[in-house]
Design a binder for this molecule. Structure first.
Ligand SMILES: [Zn+2]
Length: 346
């Protein structure tokens, strides 16, 4: 009886998938065109977001560029009042060097990163030395970068393997000062356990790194802790901010002092965006937990977490499967759902 019911669910689920596949393919094709368009119009460019205060410098390299072309996640360093944040991977060094050479009016006094992932951190020491700036990192990020673990082969191919960070690293676990102000450092585990966000309370600006990668991003990496991510989003929503810079080249704001920059500035209230992401993750967690509480299998919980009638389930099916296949299973919906379940239900 139980087996028959399970068979009924899976045949219905599979049929549903085939029914939604054409729409899913159309959505993926549309997204792909959009990604390529955004990639081309921001290719290795610099954009001033706020005069004399905030710029985005788009980075890349031949192998790394496969990521924005396939998945839409571009790479950009953030220059904020002299603090250079997430200056890219070793393979992107040439593009970073070009930006630094072209921007003598944008001195770098401090270099930092939001988390230890290699596409953000391969140039930390190099950039600090090159600019005669100080390197500031929270202890957990510095610890990982001083003794890095071996990268999965696909990531090493795309981004290059960073050398261990050596030399003086200032404690960047509380704040990073710049002339006339400071960036507060706030722990933000979820995307990775060491992740922090940087916050200028006076300017109401939040640099969130990979804490925000698309509202419905659902093919998570192995380190993702969905439960911690929920708590982080709740905490960020207690802060007062109206401009949010994400780690892959987008700025979300309604502020009129920010110019319209197609492909970069998204005219949405950043608080609404984080609220939507929180709602999406909570929905996944509740449906998956409910399935496990009813004694259903883990695979069934993943399927029930992504019901076909909900748009992100079919809209992101093809990109999620592509991410799973190209990363040899490292990035997947299963990873995200597992991390959202209570430990006894994983
Ligand atoms: Zn990351």
């Amino acid at each position: 009886m139980f087996k028959q019911r399970a068979f009924g669910f899976w045949s219905g689920y599979t049929l549903g998938m085939f029914r939604w596949l054409p729409r899913s393919a159309a959505a993926a094709a549309g997204e792909h065109v959009h990604h390529v368009h955004d990639y081309l119009r921001t290719y290795r460019r610099r954009f001033t977001i706020l005069d004399d205060r905030l710029e985005l410098w788009f980075l890349g390299a031949a192998t790394a560029d496969l990521v924005p072309l396939l998945f839409g996640e571009r790479f950009a360093a953030v220059w904020y009042r002299g603090v250079l944040v997430d200056p890219g991977s070793v393979r992107m060094r040439g593009s970073l060097r070009s930006h630094l050479a072209a921007r003598p009016s944008r001195p770098v006094t401090a270099v930092t990163a939001t988390h230890a992932h290699e596409e953000h951190t391969g140039n930390l020491r190099w950039a600090a030395d090159h600019c005669q700036a100080s390197l500031h990192l929270p202890g957990s990020v510095a610890g990982q970068l001083r003794a890095p673990t071996r990268l999965p082969i696909i990531r090493a191919f795309a981004f290059g393997t960073p050398a261990p960070v050596t030399g003086t690293v200032h404690d960047g676990s509380e704040a990073i000062d710049f002339p006339g102000g400071r960036l507060e450092v706030i722990p933000a585990p979820g995307h990775s356990s060491d992740h922090v966000v940087l916050y200028d309370r006076q300017e109401r600006i939040l640099l969130v790194g990979d804490t925000f990668i698309d509202t419905y991003f659902s093919a998570s990496n192995a380190e993702t802790d969905g439960t911690a991510w929920l708590a982080t989003l709740e905490q960020l929503l207690t802060l007062d901010f109206d401009l949010m810079v994400e780690g892959h080249g987008r700025v979300h704001t309604l502020r009129r002092d920010v110019p319209d920059i197609p492909g970069v500035v998204v005219r949405e209230d950043p608080r609404h965006i984080l609220e939507n992401k929180l709602r999406f993750l909570r929905g996944l967690a509740e449906r998956a937990q409910d399935a496990r509480d009813r004694g259903l299998s883990f695979n069934r919980a993943v399927a029930e977490a992504f019901p076909w009638e909900q748009r992100p389930s079919w809209e992101r099916l093809i990109p999620d499967e592509l991410a799973r296949l190209t990363s040899f299973g490292e990035f997947s919906r299963h990873r995200l759902v597992r991390s959202l379940l209570a430990p006894s239900r994983r």
